[in-house]
Ligand binder design. Structure first.
Ligand SMILES: [Zn+2]
Length: 233
């Protein structure tokens, strides 16, 4: 990275799973562009690593992200055995945050679910998309694919845990939020195809079919609408 006096905005990144912390220096205008003006995180912070960007969004470091799911990604036999044995033990290795989450929200730790944490509000959700800040999730196609690869099956429940304190930016107040919204893995991509009421692309605010999206395309998803998704029997 070239030395630039503009890189003077300190961000403290913290992994909730292993307590890894690091401080990165970014330009404040990049932070504003990302958190308030809908610029892709990978465009705003192109100079950070993808692990650092993930840490910023979900408070999960690359090491923990890989640790949680690696055995499923690289060993088909493990996946197969895990599916057979699912009634006895979870196929997903649970970490401390998973346990805290399950305790707080009364969710069975042995259940077939994956956790996705968002610790930063998307301040412009209301203004730009008409969505409540407290139920707006941002997710790239690559992240959706990763989640689906990690799910045992289409029935695996994906829990989105939106968790942050009161904060204010851009004259917009984001109230303290501690909410969980859940969707079956097989329905996650479908909610991207439901158009106006569910999700909007971050890039241009318009409707972008999931199939047409690039890996880097990002959606703002109105997760409060998950319950409206029809489940096929
Ligand atoms: Zn970690």
């Amino acid at each position: 990275m070239t030395v630039d006096k503009d890189f003077n905005f300190e961000l403290d990144l913290h992994c909730n799973k292993c307590d890894h912390t690091e401080t990165v220096l970014v330009r404040e205008r990049d932070y504003d562009a990302w958190s308030g003006n809908g610029v892709f995180i990978q465009e705003a912070f192109y100079y950070l690593s993808s692990d650092q960007r993930e840490l910023m969004i979900s408070n999960t470091c690359g090491v923990c992200w890989n640790k949680i799911y690696a055995h499923e990604m690289f060993d088909n036999r493990t996946v197969h055995d895990a599916m057979i044995d699912r009634s006895n033990e979870p196929s997903i290795e649970r970490n401390e945050l998973d346990h805290v989450f399950a305790d707080k929200h009364n969710i069975d730790i042995k259940g077939d679910w994956l956790l996705r944490v968002q610790s930063n509000p998307f301040f412009k959700a209301k203004e730009k998309y008409g969505f409540d800040i407290s139920s707006s999730v941002y997710l790239s196609k690559r992240q959706i694919k990763t989640i689906q690869e990690k799910a045992d099956s289409g029935l695996t429940m994906i829990h989105f845990w939106l968790n942050w304190g009161d904060q204010m930016r851009f004259d917009t107040l984001a109230l303290e939020t501690n909410s969980v919204y859940s969707v079956q893995s097989r329905l996650l991509s479908r909610c991207m195809e439901c158009g106006e009421t569910f999700a909007k692309t971050l890039k241009d605010g318009g409707y972008l079919p999931y199939d047409d999206a690039e890996d880097d395309d990002v959606w703002i998803i109105n997760v409060s609408k998950f319950n409206n998704l029809k489940v096929e029997v």
